[in-house]
Design a protein around this ligand. Structure first.
Ligand code: MRU
Length: 345
């Protein structure tokens, strides 16, 4: 089951809001289709959002009807629409910057169709890079997974959140393939239930043993010695190692610290944002009230109740044992080691 598939003139997006009950696809033919799908969380997860936005940019160039001179200003509108969809995952801005740079390098390409082709190829390279990075994250991450580990994960940082294989679930897949006999606890991840709906489904399809827990059960499991390791994904990693990820990640990191349980982040370097010095500077998305008052169409709170619905929180670097990337595992001091990692080829 692929999160995204390029069809040549459209982007096939698996509508993740319908999973696991229904498998429904949207064939996006315009940049606004892609922007809507990102905003509505039909496609979600930092790396998948980045790749989708890159194809959305290419679709924008396909839609353009004017002459060569007007393309750049049209593409500024396309980019602005895609950038306003979700603020936290830096992969979105990283991928669009790559597309913007590629377009700028085409200044001497006169034929519009040639420019369009170059942009499609760049979007496909972004998707291919994500596949490759996730496999490497899996290989590196496997080194820190003990035999028979009980691993807690949060949200969905799997194949559905990326182009393929996953980051946190990439590590879990690699450890499972290596025959380590691991078992996963998946937190259900209120309010959007990415853990309950997506992570459990992904792992079950790969025959990786998984047990679903409600988010508020994690502390009790840790107290009972049932968790050996926590591995989660990331939406943006600041220069000092502070990491934004799905709301609830911070609570797990504090709990893991209190129980001396290693807490790892798994993410590609496209999620590292050295321009942001620390976690306080990371923009946090707030989602609509409806997502709290209702659970996929079923009312679960009074319709008029006040709601607070931040989609992400920030885990301070001091609680993070290591950050698993495609270039290797980074540990403290993050301010020095993330910089070294980013300049290394
Ligand atoms: O709101 P979502 O579902 O897009 O949030 C996803 C997460 O928080 C993931 O953990 C993160 O993007 C990493 S995905 C490899």
């Amino acid at each position: 089951m692929k999160s995204l598939e390029w069809l040549g003139n459209a982007l096939r997006i698996l509508n993740q809001t319908k999973l696991p009950a229904e498998i429904v696809y949207r064939d996006a033919v315009s940049y606004t289709d892609v922007a809507d799908a990102i905003e509505n969380m039909e496609v979600r997860g930092a790396p998948a959002i980045g790749a989708a936005a890159a194809y959305g940019f290419a679709l924008g160039a396909n839609q353009y009807q004017g002459d060569r001179d007007g393309l750049s200003s049209f593409m500024e509108v396309v980019q602005a629409r895609l950038e306003e969809t979700r603020p936290t995952a830096v992969n979105l801005f990283w991928a669009l910057r790559r597309m913007e740079d590629r377009l700028r390098e085409c200044w001497d390409v006169d034929d519009l169709d040639d420019v369009r082709q170059i942009l499609i190829e760049e979007a496909s390279r972004i998707a291919e890079d994500d596949r490759r990075m996730n496999r490497l994250i899996g290989e590196h991450g496997n080194e820190i997974v003990p035999e028979k580990a009980n691993i807690l994960t949060h949200c969905n940082a799997g194949a559905l959140a990326t182009v393929e294989y996953g980051t946190a679930l990439g590590v879990i897949r690699a450890a499972h393939t290596a025959g380590k006999g691991i078992h996963v606890f998946a937190g259900e991840t209120r309010p959007f239930l990415q853990g309950a709906r997506l992570t459990t489904m992904e792992l079950m399809r790969d025959n990786i043993p998984v047990t679903l827990i409600a988010d508020n059960m994690a502390g009790y499991l840790m107290q009972q010695g049932k968790i050996d390791l926590v591995i989660v994904g990331a939406d943006r990693i600041a220069a000092n190692g502070d990491t934004a990820n799905k709301i609830g990640t911070y609570s797990l990191a504090v709990l893991a610290n209190a129980h001396s349980i290693p807490f790892y982040i798994a993410a590609p370097t496209s999620t590292i944002d050295l321009k942001v010095p620390n976690g306080q500077e990371i923009p946090i998305e707030h989602r609509p009230d409806k997502e709290m008052r209702e659970c996929f169409g079923v009312q679960i709170a009074p319709t008029e109740v006040n709601v607070y619905n931040p989609a992400f929180d920030v885990t301070p670097a001091k609680y993070i044992t290591g950050i698993i990337t495609e270039k290797g595992i980074v540990t403290h001091p993050y301010s020095v080691n993330l910089l070294k990692l980013m300049v290394r080829s």
